[in-house]
Write a protein that binds this ligand. Structure first.
Ligand SMILES: NC(=O)c1ccc[n+]([C@@H]2O[C@H](COP(=O)([O-])OP(=O)(O)OC[C@H]3O[C@@H](n4cnc5c(N)ncnc54)[C@H](OP(=O)(O)O)[C@@H]3O)[C@@H](O)[C@H]2O)c1
Length: 276
């Protein structure tokens, strides 16, 4: 049940089933991070549109359960159980994708890891940074470098599932997550014009807090307003038939304006907040 604040901050969107069918029916769609959360919701949403879904994540059993539902709903499904922290596993995924007889039409880069930890608690945790970077930045870069020729051949589309954090001033304790998501966003947007010339369209969704297991480790988030994962999936689906290159919550304009003008104030507030 959505609270009043959630209804205002994250108003329900609906999709145009005809437009979505035009965009995805008969298409091969890769979704990374499809075992849980937003990726799982996307797979279930697309399953009614006669597509071929390629679902990537680590948890084989959960992927299989999602795939069973996808196939019951009339779409084809291939699962790839792989740990995208590991470069050799990323390479294995690439080999499977390259061998797909029908190529790839749509790539949804969604797998991700969130982490909140202070600098003081990170002093002996360099691996937090290498792992977050490996999954949120380097794995999707490597996958998309390999997928670009396939997407070019199909006049395909790529969606980057990002976070509003990358549009705002850096927040204390979010260094690993924010740096890795921002790095990928920059890489992605840097290539936009070249992809366009190749006939590959791209779009980014900048998400607020979404009520998935990613929120679970931070107990405070339980009471924060958050978007439902089904609603995140519908917003991503809309990007597949719209010409927009990004979408973000309507209210992001306020913290973005604050981020543009208020660096000094923000740094002061962060300092006072942590010092208290
Ligand atoms: N939830 C939020 O508040 C929020 C806000 C902004 C942006 N986002 C972004 O939304 C995307 C989806 O997140 P979510 O909220 O749906 O989180 P989630 O429920 O935790 O799902 C994350 C997905 O990524 C997969 N994954 C994690 N580590 C992996 C690895 N090493 N190799 C392969 N797959 C891996 C997970 O599957 P396995 O565990 O089975 O591998 C799972 O399917 C992420 O990119 C995240 O940054 C989320």
């Amino acid at each position: 049940m959505k609270s009043f604040t959630e209804r205002v901050l994250f108003p329900n969107v609906s999709i145009n089933p005809k437009k979505l069918a035009n965009a995805i029916s008969g298409k091969t769609i890769v979704i990374t991070g499809a075992s849980y959360g937003i990726g799982e919701e996307l797979a279930l949403l697309f399953s009614g549109y006669n597509a071929h879904l390629i679902l990537v994540a680590r948890t084989q059993q959960k992927l299989q359960a999602v795939a069973d539902t996808v196939m019951q709903n009339g779409s084809a499904c291939t699962i790839i159980s792989a740990d995208l922290y590991l470069e050799n596993e990323v390479d294995r995924v690439i080999e499977i994708l390259k061998a797909l007889p029908g190529g790839i039409d749509i790539f949804i880069s969604n797998a991700g890891k969130s982490i909140t930890r202070s600098l003081g608690d990170s002093l002996d945790r360099y691996h937090d940074f290498t792992r977050t970077n490996a999954l949120n930045y380097l794995a999707p870069v490597k996958l998309l470098l390999a997928a670009t020729p396939l997407l070019k051949a199909a006049n395909g589309k790529i969606i980057n599932v990002s976070a509003i954090n990358v549009l705002l001033l850096p927040a204390p304790k979010w260094a690993a997550y924010q740096a890795s998501k921002t790095a990928f966003d920059q890489w992605f947007r840097s290539n936009a014009a070249e992809w366009k010339i190749m006939g590959v369209r791209i779009a980014t969704i900048y998400l607020p807090l979404v009520r998935t297991r990613m929120m679970a480790p931070n107990k405070n988030y339980k009471n924060y307003p958050a978007m439902q994962p089904e609603q995140a999936a519908l917003r991503i689906a809309k990007l597949l038939y719209s010409t927009r290159s990004y979408t973000k919550p309507w209210w992001t304009v306020f913290p973005q304006t604050g981020s543009f003008f208020g660096r000094y104030v923000w740094e002061k507030i962060s300092f006072l907040y942590l010092k208290r």
